[in-house]
Structure formats: C-alpha cells, structure tokens
Design a protein around this ligand. Structure first.
Ligand code: GTP
Ligand code: MG
Length: 301
C-alpha cells in the first residue's frame, strides 16, 4: 500500500475558524476555541486520516499586526507553521470578506507560498448568501493564485469532506508521521493548561484574557486511577487576581469546575484540579513563559 502523509498549515486572521476546523478534522477537541480573537497562541498539530493519507493539521495563531512581544512571537509561529508545511490553507471569514488583515496575509503569502500548494477555504458560509460567496471567491482568486477554493462551515462540517479528500491527494507519498492512534502531539500537561485558559478566556472580559497564561506545574497519578493536577494562572496585576477570583472566589470556582469537567471527559477519568493565581507583572517578558506556551521567546524581539 502506498501511503501519503504531510503537514497542512491552517492560517488566517484571528477568529477565522482555524482551531474549529482542526478539531473537526481530527474528530476531537485538540485546540481551544472561543469567540474572542487571539485564542490560539502556538502551533498545535492535530492528526486526521483520509484513506491511505495521514493529514497533520497545523493550527496556527491568527495573523494580525503585532504590538507586544507575545503578539510578535505568535505571528512568527504562524508564519513558521506555514513555511514548514506541505500545503497551506488560508481561511477567510465569508461575512467579513477581504479585510486589510486579509490583504496583508496575501502579501505575506507572496513569499511564503512560493513553490507550495496554497488553497483557499472560505469559512462560516452559514452566515452569508450564495451570491456573496461567488463574488468573494472571484475577488480573492484575482488577488492570489490559489490551487483550489473551498467553501466551508468548519462549525457545521459543511464542505469539509471535500477539503479533506482534496488534501489527501496533495500531501506527498511517504510513511505516516505519527502512530495510527495519535491525534495530537501536544503534551497532556499543555492540553490541560489550554483547557483552563479557554475557560478563563470565555469568562473574563477586555484585555484580561490576553494578559494571563496558564501552566501545569504538577501532575500526580493516584492509585485510584484519578489524577491530581496543579496549575498556576499568571496575571500581571493585583487587580486582575481579584477579578479572576471573583466575589467570594465564585469566578475561579466556576472556571475550575468547567475545566475539570472537560478534562475528565477528555481523559475519561476523575481529575482533581487545583488552580493557583500568581501576580507576575513581567511574565510577558519572561522567556520561560514562552517556552511553556510552545513559543520562541526570540521571535518576540
Ligand atoms: N457561524 C460560524 N461560526 C464559526 C464557524 N467556524 C468557527 N466559528 C466560530 O468562530 C469563532 C472563532 O473560532 P476559532 O476556531 O477559535 O478561530 P481561530 O481562527 O482559531 O481563532 P484564533 O485562535 O484567535 O486565531 C468561534 O466562536 C467559533 O465557534 C463556522 O463555520 N460558522
Ligand atoms: Mg485558534
């Protein structure tokens, strides 16, 4: 049997639906999703099978104009993911069309896309009318020479099978890159930290989600089959600590419970989750925080 395998980088503006598509392709939640921009911070690989092909989807942070060190490291990670991939899929939101952000990404693709297969996936088609889609497809294809255009709804799974089948034919012949039963290559402690960060992002407002990070500090397997997980939430200000705690600790309690339930479902066992909040005014400038997130600190220079 000739097998095929390759990396498929999903790139696009923040919120385009890259993580939603990754999860749909994998058939499990390997990357966190929120309605807020800049949810994904590092490259997350999720594995899917299509016939004899193993498709390794590389979910990347959204591409935007970076201001802080963290932003720059995220954007560098996204372009790095594209540069290492066999196929690049640019995801554009159907209802937003060609924004300035999309224009900038098309410029970037002028270099990175050279000699690589680049496809266009117009996502969230459930939000627009068919005639708008045709106009957008035409417009984007006049601006860049995409190998193929797909119209999809990553959330509902519309058009996704056609994309997966096409990708299976595009990745090179070769042995599979991961064992057959592996769905992600993120360490469990990192997935666990991401789940907690998702719950924090969903519950907290304004800048706060962007100014915190979560790390799994300790993971203890217990004899009864359960696991005890200790995590630290780093925030930059005392005031933020108060907000994360909430009145009488209600906010952190709700976050902890939501994260624990999802972890239990993911791991199919009982979890004891302990969250601690630490005020660390400078964590956004600490290289160790970046390596914990899977980012290159130097990229932020
Ligand atoms: N209506 C609709 N919403 C979608 C679709 N795909 C994704 N979404 C929503 O769009 C939002 C952003 O989705 P994500 O998958 O987190 O987007 P992302 O591109 O990974 O975002 P970043 O990680 O911030 O770059 C979430 O609220 C999703 O539920 C879709 O096909 N239709
Ligand atoms: Mg994402």
């Amino acid at each position: 049997m000739t097998t095929r395998a390759g990396f498929i980088a999903l790139i696009g503006e923040p919120n385009a639906g890259k993580s939603t598509l990754t999860n749909y392709m994998v058939g499990a939640k390997v990357s966190i999703v929120t309605h807020k921009v800049q949810t994904t911070r590092a490259r997350i690989r999720g594995v899917a099978l299509e016939g004899d092909a193993q498709l390794v989807f590389v979910d990347t942070p959204g591409l935007f104009q970076p201001r802080r060190r963290l932003d720059r490291a995220m954007v560098a990670a996204a372009w790095g993911g594209a540069a290492d991939a066999d196929v690049i899929v640019l995801m554009v939101e159907a209802h937003r069309g060609v924004t300035e952000g999309v224009e900038r990404i098309l410029e970037g693709l002028g270099d990175i896309g050279q000699g690589r297969t680049v496809a266009l996936a117009i996502n969230k088609i459930d939000k627009v009318q068919a005639e708008d889609l045709l106009a957008l497809t035409k417009d984007l294809n006049e601006r860049y020479s995409f190998a193929e255009t797909f119209m999809i709804s990553a959330e509902r799974g519309h058009g996704v099978d056609a994309l997966r089948e096409w990708l299976a034919g595009e990745v090179p012949e070769g042995p599979w890159l991961y064992p057959e039963d592996q769905i992600a290559d993120l360490p469990m402690r990192m997935i666990a930290a991401e789940i907690t960060r998702e719950k924090l992002t969903l519950r907290l407002h304004q800048e706060l989600p962007y100014q915190l990070t979560v790390e799994t500090e300790n993971w203890e397997e217990r004899k009864d089959g359960s696991a005890k997980i200790d995590q630290v939430i780093y925030v930059v200000r005392d005031g933020h600590k108060g907000i994360v705690l909430g009145k009488r600790g209600e906010t952190i309690k709700a976050i902890s419970q939501a994260a624990r339930l999802e972890l239990e479902e993911f791991l199919d066992r009982r979890i004891h989750l302990f969250l601690q909040i630490k005020v660390r005014p400078n964590w956004l400038e600490e290289s160790e925080r970046y390596s914990e997130m899977g980012l290159d600190f130097k990229d932020g220079n």
